[in-house]
Design a protein around this ligand. Sequence first.
Ligand code: CMX
Ligand code: CO
Length: 146
Amino acid sequence: MLTRIDHIGIACFDLDATVEFYRATYGFEVHHSEINEEQGVREAMLRINGTDDGAASYLQLLQPIREDSPVGKWLAKNGEGVHHIAFGTADVDADSEGIRDKGVRVLYDKPRRGSMDSRITFLHPKDCHGVLTEIVTAASAQAPGD
Ligand code: CMX
Ligand code: CO
């Protein structure tokens, strides 16, 4: 079951400048940052609030590390802005299979590694009324050994 908004993914040209905007304007601090080679991004997670299932909600600021990555291609076409939304669940495997059974294209056969050792998959934006949609199980919400 999808229980919360895990994060909103925002594409930017300059991660450091964008982080500084969110800090100076709203007071949001970087909770975590990493490079995800597979996804082709440098990213910063700004924690917005905690929720009662043990995980939180974030803004995910994304700068591409390759022009031919999803975020690189999207930025070249659209400029900066909201790139995707992500719903949180305790079981990304079951939920993405259930969504696939409804005829929505799920982009990965098996969930892949996302920010902070979460497990993630994506739904095709053309099947979701134009919204690239990510499904996430946070590391803290995974059963031990998963
Ligand atoms: N939101 C809405 N629509 C989008 C989109 C987005 N983020 N990205 C692409 N599209 C649309 C395009 O506008 C295009 O539509 P038109 O044909 O009407 O012009 C169509 O989808 C195809 O786009 P494309 O530029 O040709 O891009 P691709 O098909 O090569 O890739 C997608 C699209 C969704 C398969 C790819 O972006 C993808 O695999 N995304 C998932 C991975 C990802 O986004 N990783 C970065 C984030 C990592 C993280 O969150 O941790
Ligand atoms: Co994301």
